[in-house]
Design a binder for this molecule. Structure first.
Ligand code: ATP
Ligand code: MG
Length: 297
């Protein structure tokens, strides 16, 4: 587990100053090859188990909340990573929300409104499958979406993206100051791997439902998306809300790294079950005596 925790730091970005997406290889497995897959599976199982234990303490302690944000191109594996990595967590302590094209009601509000309503409670892990980061990704690639957001035109200037980064940073700083630990994942997949996965979706009956023709059209904007992701990470990576650029061409590796990051995050919180002081202990003692002295049933 220690090794895994060390390994994941390689993908952590806490400052955007020198960030260059080209430094990250989507096919990276840190030299571990497919033969390692079985060991990786055992390590992942261990990670998942550890995660379950830590999450129980998080819940019992009821102080911190953890917000995990997932962003990626289509078919990069957000859904399956979330499914696998969180499989050992008590469903009561975990909430997953997916954010799609905004509804009419959502467009009637500022863009942080819909995600703010879904922030995790104390003691919980909240997962955002896509998030307010779409506001500097899909909206930046397709500027016509911005025009449909009903923002007073005088407020939409050439600085709009810089302003969004600034507001998102301020929002995440605010969250972290109030006990929400924010960790962000960009599942970094290559264009070739996406093509392969789309073809699989078309060919395999069990995967066909996942295929959306529009996703193929979106590939035409690949380079602009990559630029938008790079700028986003440059401007919004911070010590309190770091990005993790997770290699996503090999699903087993993606899962391992994401699990490692979450374990590392929870371990850093120094979680423990609530402590019992002398008064509480007395209460417990009295309760036990009452139970033991019950007559009959
Ligand atoms: P799946 O794996 O099922 O394809 P998905 O997350 O891609 O999952 P979809 O319903 O296919 O879900 O797509 C959601 C779409 O909504 C994405 O294309 C995304 O860019 C778009 N979207 C999300 N947030 C916004 C937003 N704020 N403004 C405009 N579009 C958005
Ligand atoms: Mg989709």
């Amino acid at each position: 587990m220690q090794e895994l925790v060390r390994l994941v730091r390689k993908y952590r970005v806490t400052s955007g100053r020198k960030f260059d997406l080209a430094d990250f290889d989507p096919a990276d497995t840190n030299g571990l090859d497919a033969d390692f897959k079985d060991d990786a599976q055992a390590l992942l199982r261990e990670g998942i188990e550890r995660l379950g234990e830590l999450q129980e303490k998080l819940y019992a302690q009821d102080r911190w909340s953890v917000l995990l944000i997932f962003q990626a191109m289509d078919a990069a594996g957000k859904d399956s990573t979330i499914k696998h990595v969180m499989s050992g967590v008590n469903p009561q302590g975990c909430q997953v929300f997916s954010f799609k094209t905004p509804s009419e009601e959502e467009l009637d509000h500022d863009y942080l409104w819909r995600t703010t309503k879904r922030l995790p409670e104390r003691g919980r892990i909240g997962i955002f499958n896509r998030s307010y980061y779409e506001e500097v990704l899909v909206v930046r690639v397709h500027e016509e979406i911005l025009a449909g957001q009903r923002i007073p035109p005088a407020l939409v200037t050439a600085d709009v993206w810089e302003e969004r980064y600034e507001d998102i940073n301020a929002f995440e700083r605010y969250l972290s100051r109030n006990g929400t630990v924010v960790r962000k994942f960009y599942l970094h997949m290559s264009r070739e791997e996406q093509k392969k996965r789309f073809l699989q979706r078309i060919e395999e009956p069990a995967k066909r439902w996942k295929f959306a023709a529009g996703d193929v059209a979106e590939r035409a904007h690949w380079d602009r998306y990559m630029k938008a992701y790079e700028k986003m990470i440059r401007h919004t990576a911070s010590g309190h809300a770091p990005w993790h650029v997770v290699p996503a061409d090999n699903k087993w590796y993606t899962r391992l790294i994401v699990a490692g990051v979450i374990v590392d995050t929870l371990r850093d919180l120094d979680l423990h079950f609530p402590k019992f002081d002398a008064r509480k202990r007395k209460e417990l003692e009295a309760a036990r005596e009452a139970l033991m002295s019950e007559k009959g049933r």
